[in-house]
Each structure stands twice: as C-alpha cells, then as structure tokens.
Design a protein around this ligand. Structure first.
Ligand code: FES
Length: 80
C-alpha cells in the first residue's frame, strides 16, 4: 500500500455550525479554504467528498484528512 503523502492540515476537527446545503470537503489537503474544496486537487488523484446536509446542524469536519468516515471526524487524528 502506498504511503499517504497528503498534507495533514490540522490534528483536530473543524467544528462548525452549518446551514443546510451541499458542501465539498477537501480530500487532498491542499485547499486554502480548508476544510472545504477550492479546486487545489486538480492534477492529483484526489477528489472532494460531496455531502448534503438536509438540516442545519453542528458538524465536526475532519481536519487531518485521515478519518475512516470522511468528511466527518472519527477521532483518527488522535493517533497521528
Ligand atoms: S480531524 Fe481527522 S479524524 Fe479527527
């Protein structure tokens, strides 16, 4: 298995009060608008994770990019 060379933006989630809507979570780790995609993945093998929130709610977006349940934090950051 190839080593994961994506940058780790932060070893904690981005906890946000989000409105209902569609969001594109950055998977490549290069976005300047982290945790959201800004198109920086172009030319790489990574694509953003698109998620639809049907209602407004508090979200813990993964900030490390290593969650097993992307785009949400699952605590994996604590093992990095
Ligand atoms: S910030 Fe990535 S698993 Fe928590």
């Amino acid at each position: 298995m190839a080593e994961d060379d994506r940058p780790i933006r932060q070893k904690m989630p981005y906890v946000c009060e989000q409105a209902a809507g569609s969001y594109a979570w950055c998977r490549c780790g290069k976005s300047a608008k982290h945790p959201f995609c800004d198109g920086a993945h172009r030319g790489s093998a990574y694509r953003p994770e698109i998620v639809q929130l049907d209602t407004a709610r508090r979200v813990a977006w993964c900030g490390c990019g290593r969650s097993a349940k992307p785009p949400f934090c699952d605590g994996t950051h604590s093992k990095l």
